[in-house]
Design a protein around this ligand. Structure first.
Ligand code: ADP
Ligand code: ZN
Ligand code: ZN
Length: 795
C-alpha cells in the first residue's frame, strides 16, 4: 500500500522495505503500481523506499516473469535467485532452538519438522524454514513454535556490500606553488626520511596517475609511519577511490587470423543472422570455435552493445576465460554465483551503469539474470551441457533456453556452439527454427583422433588384463610416454564409486540418512555419502556378520591412480576429481601442472571432458564405457556419445593425429560405433527415432513432479493420489509413479511422476491444469507437509 506521492516516485524495479509480522522487515521489489484492491491478501505498508532509481531493468522483469510462468515457480523464487543477496537488505530472522523444550508431542507435523531440523543445525533462516515446509508463509508456524517455547528468534541487520577501498596519497593543495614547495623541502631538511618521501612522491607523480600509499611504501621505500607523520603534518593527505575487484592485469593481444574454414563459418553465421535470431554452430572438437566467437564479439563491440558469453561451469573453464581476457582485457567482467558477494554486486552495478568494463559478461548460468540494458549478442558455449539446467532449488530454469528468450526480448542475436549439440537444438535447426553452421575441420588440419575400441571381455578371457588396464591400452600408453607425450585417462563417476563390501555376507555399509551405499575413500580411510556428506571412519569388521572380510568393489579414480603408480613408477600421475579439486583454485592448480607438463598421466572424471585445450596430449583412454550406456535414462545414449566424443577431442589437438582407446564389454554397441567414427548425424537420426517412438523430447515435453517427505507412507499415498488425479486429465501421458535410483536422501523419501506433453497439446493450458491439481493436492490436510517439486523440461 503506497501513498499518492510514493506511487508517483516509485518505479518498477526499485526496492522497498516491507514490514513482515510485527518486527520484521523484508526487501521487496516493485513489480507493479496499480489500484486494484487485493482480494487474497492484506496490502502492506511500505516502511521505506530503498532506491532512487530502479536496480532492475524492465527487460529483466519481463524475463523473470517468463521464467516464473514457464518453469512454474513464483516470481519471488526468480527474484531471490537473480539478485545478489547483498541487495536483499533485511532484518533476517534467524530461528534458534530452545534447549529447554521437551514436549515434542505438543507439536504438529510442520512444527515438528522445523524443530527436528534444528536438532541438526543450530539455526535456520526464514528462507530455510520455507524450504523445509515447501511454502512461503511460514510465519504462523514460527509464531506457534515461539508460543509453545520450542524456538526463539534472533535478529540481525546487516549491510553486506562493502566496496573495496584503496588508500591513495596526494600532496595537500596548499603546496601548489613552487615557492611553497621550496619552503616545505627546507623545513624538512632535518627530517631526512620525510624529505625523501616527498621527493619520492614527485618521482611517482610524473606518471600523472593516482598514487597508492602502498606504492609509495614499496617503490620509494618509505615506511607507513613516515607517510602517516606527513599526513598528520598536513603535508600529505589520504584519499580513497572505490576500486573494482575484477580487474584484468596485463596486455591484450590481437585476435588471431581465421583460417578459410573458420572464415566461411563466420560469414555463414552472419548471413544466417539476417534471417534467424538463433544460430547453432556445430563445430568438431578443436575446430577453433572459440576464435570464431571472438570475431563475432569484436564485431559486436564496435556497435557498442553488450555481450553475454555463457559457459557451463566457470571453475572448469579458466582456460577460456584467460583466452578471452587476452583479447578483450578490461572489457570483460566475469560473473559466477560462487564469486564473493562483493564481486557480484560490482558486476551488477557496472552493467546497470553501462560501464565499458562490463561490456562483455563471461558467466555461468546465473548470469542470464543480470541487468543488461543493451544486449546485442549472446554466445552459449558447449550448449549441450546439462549443467545449464538448474536442478535445485527453484527456479529450475535452463540457462540456454532462458538466454534464447532473453535475446529475443533484447532483439539480440544468439549463437549456440558445440561439437556435440543437444538433440533439442539440432532438431530446431532441422525444423527451420534455428540456423545451422557446420565447421568440420580441425584447426591446422590436424586429423580427428584415431579411436580404437578394446574388447575387455575378450581381454579378461585371455587373461590380458592388468588390474583395470588391457595389454593394448598399456602398450599405447608406453608408446606415448616414450614420445614424451601426455596421457589423459577418463573414468566416468556414475556407478563406479568404490564401495566397501563384506565378502562373507555381501552387506555394504549404508548411509544412515540416504538409501545408498557409502563411498570408500582409501586415502583418508573413510566412508562417505555423496548425497548428504555423512562420513565415518572405515570399519574393520562387517556390521552385519562381524567377519573382517571387507573388500572394495567398483573402482574410482583413486584406485586407478594407485594402479598407475605401480604400473608406471617413473612417471608423474595426477588425479582430477571432486576430491582433488576442492577450494577456489583446485582446478587451476591441476590444469596448470598438466599444462606445464609436470604431470605425465592425468586421471579424472567427466570434468576432463569440458573444453580443455592441451597441446601435448596424444592419447586419451576411457577405462570403461559401459556403465554410461546402461544408465536407466532416455538421454543415456546421447550423453554417452557427447561425453566420449568430448573427451576424445582432448587428444591430438595441436600437432599430429591423436589416439583414443575405449575399453568396453560391448564393442559392437551402436553408440560406440558412432563415437568411433564421430558420426553425429547417424547418432542424431537413430536417437531421434527412439525419442519419437517412446514419446520423449524434442517431440514431447516433460514435466517431472517429485514428492518428498520423511514419512514413507505419506509420500506413497500422496503419489498415488496424484497419479490418479493426473491420469484423469492426461491419461496415458502420465509416467509413473516411480522411485529414483536413490529413493531416500537426507531422510526424505522420494517419488516421481512425469507428464509427457504431446507436440500439439497446449502448454500453457497443461500447466494451468497441473496447477489446479497441485492446489487440490495441497488442500488435503494429510498431504500438506509433503514437499511438491515441479521441474519443467526436466533433464
Ligand atoms: P574448439 O573450441 O572448437 O574445440 P579451439 O577454439 O579451442 O577449438 O581451438 C583449438 C586450438 O586451435 C586452440 O589452441 C586455438 O588457439 C587454435 N586455433 C584455433 N583457431 C586458430 C586460428 N585462427 N589461428 C591460430 N590458432 C588457432
Ligand atoms: Zn558380513
Ligand atoms: Zn547420505
Amino acid at each position: 500500500m503506497v501513498t499518492k506521492s510514493e506511487a508517483e516516485f516509485l518505479q518498477r524495479g526499485m526496492r522497498v522495505a516491507v514490514s513482515f509480522g510485527k518486527t520484521k522487515m523484508y526487501t521487496a521489489l516493485v513489480f507493479d503500481i496499480h489500484q486494484n484492491p487485493p482480494e487474497l491478501y492484506e496490502a502492506k505498508e511500505i516502511i521505506q523506499i530503498l532506491d532512487e532509481k530502479p536496480i532492475v531493468t524492465e527487460i529483466q522483469l519481463q524475463n523473470w516473469q517468463w521464467i516464473a510462468s514457464y518453469y512454474m515457480c513464483s516470481l519471488g523464487d526468480v527474484y531471490r535467485a537473480a539478485l545478489p543477496s547483498a541487495f536483499l537488505l533485511e532484518s533476517e530472522t534467524i530461528v534458534l532452538k530452545n534447549e529447554a523444550f521437551q514436549n515434542e508431542s505438543e507439536l504438529n507435523d510442520e512444527e515438528f519438522l522445523i524443530f527436528e531440523a534444528l536438532q541438526h543445525q543450530s539455526q535456520l533462516t526464514i528462507h530455510q524454514v520455507s524450504d523445509i515446509l515447501g511454502k512461503k508463509n511460514v510465519l504462523p508456524v514460527i509464531n506457534e513454535l515461539i508460543h509453545k517455547s520450542a524456538v526463539s528468534v534472533k535478529e540481525e541487520i546487516y549491510e553486506q556490500y562493502k566496496p573495496k577501498m584503496v588508500k591513495y596519497v596526494r600532496l595537500n593543495s596548499v603546496y601548489n606553488s613552487d615557492t611553497d614547495l621550496q619552503q616545505l623541502l627546507e623545513q624538512l631538511n632535518r627530517a631526512k626520511k620525510q624529505r625523501e618521501a616527498v621527493l619520492g612522491y614527485f618521482q611517482l607523480a610524473v606518471d600523472k596517475k593516482p598514487i597508492k600509499a602502498k606504492e609509495l611504501e614499496t617503490k620509494i621505500e618509505v615506511s607507513a609511519a613516515v607517510i602517516k607523520t606527513l599526513v598528520d603534518k598536513n603535508v600529505f593527505e589520504f584519499y580513497q577511490i572505490q576500486t573494482d575487484r575484477i580487474n584484468f592485469k596485463g596486455e591484450t593481444n590481437q585476435l588471431k587470423e581465421l583460417n578459410e574454414f573458420q572464415e566461411t563459418a563466420l560469414s555463414e553465421i552472419k548471413s544466417q543472422f539476417q534471417e534467424k535470431d538463433v544460430v547453432l554452430l556445430h563445430g568438431i572438437t578443436s575446430s577453433g570455435k572459440t576464435e570464431v566467437y571472438t570475431k563475432l564479439i569484436e564485431d559486436n563491440l564496435a556497435s557498442g552493445k553488450q555481450i553475454l558469453f555463457l559457459l557451463p561451469e566457470i571453475a572448469l573453464t579458466t582456460q577460456i576465460i584467460t583466452r578471452l581476457q587476452n583479447y578483450f582485457g578490461n572489457q570483460i567482467s566475469v560473473f559466477h554465483s560462487k564469486y564473493s558477494m562483493n564481486e557480484r554486486v560490482e558486476v551488477w552495478n557496472n552493467l546497470l551503469e553501462q560501464k565499458l568494463k562490463a561490456q562483455i559478461i563471461l558467466g555461468a548460468r546465473s548470469s542470464v539474470f543480470l541487468p543488461f540494458s543493451n544486449l546485442g549478442l549472446i554466445i552459449v558455449d558447449e550448449e549441450h551441457e546439462t549443467s545449464y539446467k538448474q536442478f535445485e532449488p527453484s527456479p529450475r530454469y535452463h540457462a540456454r533456453d532462458t538466454a534464447v528468450v532473453l535475446a529475443h526480448q533484447h532483439k539480440a542475436k544468439i549463437l549456440l556452439g558445440s561439437a556435440t549439440p543437444s538433440l533439442e537444438s539440432y532438431f530446431n535447426t532441422q525444423n527451420g527454427k534455428y540456423g545451422l553452421v557446420e565447421l568440420n575441420r580441425r584447426f591446422g588440419n590436424v586429423q580427428m583422433p584415431k579411436i580404437e575400441l578394446i574388447d575387455i571381455k575378450e581381454k579378461h578371457r585371455k587373461k590380458r588384463m592388468n588390474g583395470h588396464f588391457s595389454d593394448r591400452l598399456l602398450t599405447m600408453m608406453q608408446d606415448a610416454l616414450d614420445e614424451k607425450e601426455q596421457i589423459i585417462l577418463f573414468q566416468n563417476r556414475r556407478g563406479f564409486s568404490p564401495v566397501l563390501e563384506c565378502t562373507t555376507c555381501g552387506v555394504a555399509p549404508q548411509c544412515p540418512n540416504c538409501d545408498v551405499s557409502l563411498t570408500y575413500h582409501k586415502y583418508r580411510s573413510e566412508l562417505k555419502c555423496h548425497y548428504c556428506n555423512y562420513q565415518r571412519a572405515k570399519p574393520n569388521s562387517c556390521s552385519a556378520c562381524g567377519s573382517n572380510t571387507l573388500d572394495t568393489k567398483g573402482f574410482g579414480t583413486e584406485q586407478i591412480e594407485l594402479e598407475l603408480k605401480e604400473l608406471f613408477p617413473n612417471y608423474n600421475i595426477g588425479r582430477m576429481d571432486l576430491d582433488t579439486t576442492r577450494g577456489k583454485h583446485g582446478y587451476q592448480k591441476i590444469i596448470g601442472a598438466f599444462e606445464a607438463r609436470e604431470i605425465d598421466i592425468l586421471v579424472g572424471t567427466q570434468m576432463l571432458s569440458k573444453g580443455l585445450d592441451f597441446n601435448n596430449v596424444s592419447l586419451v583412454g576411457i577405462l570403461n564405457a559401459d556403465n554410461m550406456l546402461n544408465f536407466p535414462d532416455f538421454r543415456a545414449h546421447e550423453r554417452c556419445y557427447d561425453m566420449l566424443v568430448q573427451v576424445s577431442g582432448r587428444a591430438g589437438r595441436a600437432k599430429k593425429q591423436g589416439n583414443v582407446a575405449i575399453q568396453t564389454f560391448n564393442p559392437y554397441h551402436q553408440i560406440l560405433q558412432q563415437v568411433s567414427t564421430t558420426n553425429y548425424a547417424e547418432m542424431y537420426k537413430e536417437q531421434l527415432q527412439e525419442r519419437w517412438q517412446y514419446h520423449y523430447p524434442p517431440y514431447y515435453r516433460l514435466i517431472k513432479i517429485t514428492l518428498k517427505h520423511k514419512d514413507y507412507t505419506k509420500v506413497d499415498s500422496g503419489i498415488n493420489w496424484l497419479a490418479k488425479a493426473l491420469q484423469n486429465v492426461f491419461h496415458e501421458n502420465v509416467l509413473g509413479p516411480t522411485a529414483p535410483v536413490v529413493s531416500r536422501v537426507r531422510n526424505q523419501y522420494i517419488k516421481n511422476l512425469t507428464i509427457k506433453i504431446p507436440p500439439k497439446q497446449n502448454l500453457a493450458e497443461t500447466k494451468r491444469q497441473l496447477e489446479r491439481i497441485k492446489t487440490t493436492f495441497q488442500s488435503v490436510k494429510e498431504f500438506r507437509p509433503i514437499r511438491f517439486i515441479v521441474d519443467v523440461d526436466a533433464q
